[in-house]
Design a protein around this ligand. Structure first.
Ligand code: SF4
Length: 494
């Protein structure tokens, strides 16, 4: 029997009567239903409906259960119990008092369907649409954004455990999808013993040389398996099995093969943390660090309104790999808020979200003032404190000349591309000026003794310069003080 989408779910009379009598002062869910109505409808989740199968609770209800479950930090089993037993939940969900609810496993299936169909964002989008319609969310003046770490749902593995588990995972998967083929190629009975149980439960050698030998032994077994999979005798689809692809990638990262001898790569020969796979059970999880926190998983970015005269509402959530720089989400975030007509005029962010190009683009494309501490001048002269940094030079863009702190003028001005193919200007001073300069040691360490400045194009240079000047003012400090509130929101949600 298939379930047809319902346009909404009215509250049965008996449920309403009992709920109002049981909660004379209301409850958060009774109030939510009374004030916001039904903000999820089955039409929005129509692609998630099973075409065949057992009758199921409507996706709109499951979506609401997912939100209420998160609000109370309930497990799937506890949430399913709440649907079955709590009157305020039945009121919010528009269920009869006699409704038996559903098996708790339905919730994880629903989440999987949401993610597989890329519908997870709808949970927030539909709620925001409702808030806009109810007048709770108007075009905000200010929003604030920050990121936090998200731990992957995996055990953190040592290098040896990761290697062993990757091969074990591939073997277990092949035992399911190609059992007969696997039996024909397993070379020794010891493999069943060696890869039969989790490596984290095995007694692994503590001695460094023995650990390396063990890794090489596993590496050799893995190379044997990969060779067998890529041989003409194996079914061609085997190399497309996800666990096999993970094995192949991990082996490239961890081993080299020279003259048919497998070697464990040295620490300086393995890829950086932004690339290396840490567990076969979540190959996208990467090591990350922010200030003093190090973790394996992802980053979540969260944006919320922060006007004083309106509720503070989360408007944007994005999960990214730990290796992505924070500022990479800003353009998409502004685009998303523009589409929903909730773009702020001021966006409060920390240094990680500020970049000269973004300062300019945010203003020009979206009319948004990106407010936050701009990255400092990273050249040694500025970091040293008493050297001549970029801010100590006067730039005349129209005459294409730079005046140094000692009043000398640059002798050349060249437009070129830097290593990242970005346009830059290179201004160079005269050798005769710099070599005879009494302040030369505060200005340049160049072997030629000549100071050279590399400048971004005028509007980017000035955007960054102005941001650095602004952040010294009391007005900025007052304006920016609001940004830290988003850290409290993240802490509550975490
Ligand atoms: S080293 Fe050259 S650029 Fe630097 S202050 Fe002296 S004269 Fe000016």
């Amino acid at each position: 029997m298939s379930l047809q989408p319902e346009p909404g779910f009215p509250i049965p009379d008996e449920t309403a009567r009992v709920a109002k009598a049981s909660f004379p002062k209301g409850s958060i869910y009774i109030r939510m239903r009374d004030e916001l109505g039904v903000f999820y409808c089955d039409y929005a989740f129509a692609p998630l409906f099973p075409r065949r199968g057992q009758p199921a609770i409507a996706p709109a209800r499951l979506a609401l259960v997912t939100v209420m479950q998160y609000a109370e930090g309930l497990t799937d089993r506890q949430a399913a119990d709440a649907v079955r037993s709590r009157i305020d939940w039945k009121y919010a969900l528009g269920l009869e008092l006699t409704d038996p609810g559903f098996d708790f496993s339905v919730l994880s299936e629903f989440r999987s369907r949401l993610i597989d169909g890329s519908h997870e964002r709808q949970l927030l989008d539909l709620m925001l649409t409702c808030f806009v319609e109810k007048g709770l969310l108007k075009s905000p003046k200010q929003q604030r954004t920050d990121s936090s770490h998200v731990l992957a749902a995996i055990r953190v593995l040592s290098r040896l455990e990761n290697i062993g588990e990757t091969l074990r995972y591939a073997l277990n998967t092949l035992a399911v999808v190609a059992p007969n083929w696997l039996q024909t190629i397993v070379p020794k009975p010891e493999w069943y013993e060696r890869y039969g149980r989790k490596f984290e439960d095995s007694r692994l050698p503590s001695n460094r040389e023995e650990r390396t030998s063990e890794a090489v032994r596993i590496g050799t077994d893995g190379v044997y398996l990969l060779d067998a999979i890529w041989s003409d005798l194996a079914p061609s689809w085997l190399c497309k099995v996800e666990a096999v692809e993970i094995l192949r990638l991990v082996w490239i990262q961890q081993f080299s093969v020279e003259n048919d001898v497998v070697k464990l790569r040295s620490a300086d020969d393995i890829p950086p943390p932004s690339i290396i796979i840490n567990s076969p059970y979540d190959p996208d999880a990467r090591r990350g660090n922010k200030r003093t926190t190090t973790w394996t998983g992802y980053k979540v970015h969260l944006s919320e309104t922060c006007d004083e005269d309106a509720p503070h509402l989360i408007t944007y959530v994005e999960t990214t790999p730990t290796s992505d720089r924070d500022h990479e989400i800003i353009d998409e975030l502004h685009e998303n808020l523009t589409e929903r007509e909730i773009l702020p005029t001021e966006h409060l962010v920390d240094t990680g979200y500020i970049d000269a190009q973004l300062l300019v683009d945010s203003k020009q494309k979206y009319n948004v003032d990106l407010v936050g501490p701009a990255p400092g001048d990273s050249q040694w002269q500025s970091r040293a404190g008493n050297g001549f940094g970029l801010a100590d030079f006067e730039i005349d863009w129209s005459q294409q000349v730079v005046r140094c702190p000692l009043g000398k003028l640059s002798s050349s001005w060249t437009n070129r591309l830097n290593l990242y193919s970005q346009p830059v200007v290179v201004a160079r001073f005269k050798k005769s000026d710099c070599q005879n300069c009494p302040s030369r040691l505060d200005c340049t360490k160049d072997k030629t003794g000549v100071r050279t400045l590399t400048l971004r194009p005028k509007e980017l240079h000035e955007a960054l310069f102005n941001a650095r000047v602004r952040q010294q003012t009391p007005e900025f400090k007052e304006q920016y003080a609001k940004r830290s509130g988003v850290e409290g929101t993240i802490a509550v949600l975490g």
